[in-house]
Write a protein that binds this ligand. Structure first.
Ligand code: DGJ
Length: 723
């Protein structure tokens, strides 16, 4: 996978090649990333020209064509002539900010590198690792560039470790995880943006001169922009064209920036956001930037997504269920919010059990004196007024119905109206002398502090140990503000954002270690922390607080560009929908939720008999096809905004497929339409919904006629089985 020829480093995956070269000045130039080619030295592609105002390093002598400003850099520096986006910036004791990195050696390793305290893709000998050592001799800083190559998924990971090898402290102000330069090309930049209840809408625009970026400065990856972006050819679509995905394995502040330069070169940068970031490195200290995962697809977005999905399922997620299907769950939140007692929960559970639900999840409202969202976060003990006898009494009754039991927590937060806050007001993030900014009436605990985490962990562990609990929903319901820690000196306050993220990871790691068979679903007011960092610890993430099936089509569509179906928490809820007021048929709500982890979030004790019958069918159908739905190859058959939205899951052996189609609002005299399927074996014949059979090539090229359906937002599913 990794070829090294003198100082040319070529990384091959099954369909792609990535190359860099340390040149005569020891500058590490990026030479190529694209469809697989042989391991030739591709530096002949680099063009040198004398450009006005692009300066030349001393050692270039009279050669004015040699400038860091115009040459494609593997990991860009600053202050020495590259005026584009810097990957790294550090402040030395003399106040200087220039960084100058030169190649100083490399190491090739079998297997995948790991990152202490940070999530990262993992695996055995299917990986190879390259470490390239860069040195800034004057600053005595070493920068190690890590590359992990996973051939079968066309995936290359990158990470960066910075070591202070000098005798004085240095302040690291920027440290991107990846930089990707292209000396030419016209690209589109695709980002996934939105807000609470409308996350990850795809936005695509041609890269124009200057920097275009998305970021989060909220202390979480955020509802507003996702740390996954795409650079692609302007002709790229689902099945054609070159595209590059870049995903950060990180859950805090990030910056994803694309720059088109004076010479129409392009740079993509992804990593921790430099906003309020400054990390002091004492002599001998090191800092590790989070991992970035790149997938290049020469054949459009569909292939790129499928490669991400496979790599995430096989090399990122830790499966507590060890291959068993995820449980179909019933969650009480939209049915009751915090207004429930044990009897109400049992009523919902009794209605859910015969309909095929495997897991009952008790959401927010079970602890302290939590009757609304203004109190009790931090007081992780059962409210016995609501649940007499505690979980010891409730859980066996749920289990007696044949369901396992799950519980909601929000460990990172505290309400001022709580015993925890009254005892430890200084445990929250907050700037001395300033009033603390509230979000949802709550404050954020200072998770950079070990004693804070230890206290919260111990109180939650007590709850988890006191009953038979097989699932935890870990929520987080506000952005971070007033980010200042009482435990750190003034010159280290720029570390707090990142230290809080590391604190969350450390606690999730403990939770996973202590309860290896427990399923953890993460959540941040819906999909405010939907990223590869959280997925490493929690195999599923609640996709959005918006459960309207039609809005969900868009949210899940955008999410699917990087993240697999098995990661997307998705539930059927009641109509009219609580977020939009829209009424969508139950069939359609089932079809939309089924392309996720699947569950229900409504008061099933109120469901009409015909709805119960349909729900029973839906859960049975889902369970029958859970493997195909969650682990099959995912194809987006349409975009959004057309007369219908369709997608498909195909088994890896191409013998089975499930096609889901959701129509738009009703219209008279709807035109005839055929849907062309994808990913089938052209040589096989497929039976469609147990009836007539058709050849794969015909279904893919000529298509399948969609039945005319009446009403708003009806849905159909086709199950294909090879004969
Ligand atoms: C936000 C989550 O996204 C909801 O599902 C629910 O758990 C509430 N928080 C509870 O406060």
């Amino acid at each position: 996978m990794i070829q090294i020829d003198r100082r040319v480093f070529t990384l091959h995956t099954r369909n792609t090649t990535y190359q860099m070269k340390a040149d005569g000045h020891h500058v590490l130039l990026h030479t190529y990333y694209g469809p697989r080619v042989s391991g030739e030295d591709l530096s002949y592609l680099i063009q040198y020209a004398d450009r006005g105002f692009s300066p030349n390093p001393q050692e270039a002598g009279d050669d004015r064509t040699y400038s860091l400003d115009t040459l494609p850099q593997e990991y860009s520096t600053c202050g020495g002539g590259d005026f584009r986006l810097p990957s790294i910036e550090f402040e030395r004791p003399d106040g200087s900010l220039t960084a100058d990195l030169r190649y100083a050696g490399h190491e090739l390793r079998k297997g995948k590198y790991g990152l202490p305290g940070l999530p990262a893709l993992w695996g055995g000998d299917e990986w190879e690792t390259l470490v390239v050592f860069m040195e800034d001799a004057a600053a005595r800083m070493r920068v190690e560039l890590y590359y992990g190559v996973l051939e079968r998924h066309d995936l290359i990971t990158r990470a960066v470790r910075v070591v202070n090898r000098g005798e004085t402290a240095v302040r690291l102000r920027r440290c991107a995880s990846m930089c990707l330069d292209f000396q030419g090309g016209d690209f589109d930049f695709i980002t996934f943006d939105g807000c609470h209840t409308l996350e990850r809408n795809l936005n695509r625009a041609p890269l124009r001169p200057g920097v275009q970026s998305v970021e989060s400065i909220r202390g979480m990856s955020s509802h507003h922009h996702n740390p996954f972006v795409i650079l692609c050819g302007q002709n790229a679509d689902e099945d054609h064209g070159l595209c590059y995905g870049a995903a950060l394995v990180y859950s805090g502040n990030f910056l994803a920036a694309a720059e088109r330069t004076q010479l129409e070169h392009n740079r993509l940068l992804l990593g921790i956001n430099p906003y309020h970031f400054c990390w002091t490195l004492e002599p001998g200290d090191s800092f590790t930037a989070p991992e970035a995962a790149m997938v290049c697809s020469p054949n459009g977005f569909g292939e790129m997504s499928r490669q991400y999905h496979r790599a995430i399922r096989e090399n990122l997620i830790h499966d507590p269920l060890q291959g068993r299907d995820r449980p179909v769950l019933i969650n009480n939140w939209e049915a009751t919010e915090a207004d429930f007692d044990g009897e109400k929960l049992l009523e919902i559970a009794r209605a859910a059990a015969p309909l095929g639900m495997d897991l009952f999840v008790m959401d927010d409202g079970w602890f302290g004196r939590r009757d609304n969202d203004a109190s009790s976060l931090g007081d992780w003990y059962v409210n016995e007024k609501k649940l007499p006898g505690g979980l010891e009494a409730l859980v066996p009754r749920i289990r007696a119905l044949g369901m396992s039991f799950g519980i909601w927590i929000e460990p990172e937060m505290v309400n001022e109206d709580s015993d925890l806050y009254r005892a430890h007001p200084d445990w929250t993030l907050g700037v001395p002398g300033r009033p603390r900014t509230r979000g949802r009436s709550q404050l954020a605990l200072d998770f950079s502090r070990r004693e804070v985490r230890d206290h919260v962990y111990a109180s939650i562990k007590k709850v988890l140990d006191g009953a038979d609990i097989s699932y935890v929903k870990w929520d987080m319901n506000r952005s971070l503000t007033d980010v200042w820690s009482a435990a750190l000196p003034s010159d280290r306050q720029g570390e707090v954002f990142h230290r809080c993220v590391l604190g969350v990871y450390e606690m999730l790691d403990r939770l996973r270690g202590d309860y290896p068979r427990m399923l953890i679903e993460s959540c941040a007011g819906g999909g405010g922390r939907f990223d590869l960092g959280m997925l490493y610890y929690t195999p599923q993430i609640w996709c959005s607080d918006n459960t309207d099936a039609i809005d969900r089509l868009a949210i899940q569509y955008g999410t699917s560009f990087c993240y697999p179906v098995s990661a997307m928490g998705s539930h059927v809820s009641a109509v009219p929908n609580a977020q939009t007021g829209r009424s969508v048929p139950l069939e359609t709500r089932g079809v939309a939720a089924m392309s996720g982890t699947f569950g229900y979030e409504m008061d099933l004790s109120l469901a009409a008999p015909e709805d119960r019958a349909l729900i029973r069918k839906q859960t049975a159908f889902f369970k029958e096809h859970a493997g195909l739905i969650q682990n099959g190859d995912y194809y987006r058959l349409t975009g959004l905004g057309g007369p219908f939205t369709a997608w498909e899951q195909v088994s890896p052996d191409h013998r089975e497929a499930l096609i889901s189609v959701v129509y738009g609002a009703a219209r008279a005299a709807a035109p005839f339409r055929a849907l062309r399927l994808k990913g089938l074996d052209p040589a096989l014949r497929y039976q469609v919904n147990g009836q007539g059979s058709y050849p794969g090539d015909v279904l893919m090229r000529a298509g399948w006629p969609l039945p005319p359906l009446r009403g708003d937002y009806p849905a159909v599913q086709l199950y294909l089985q090879a004969l």
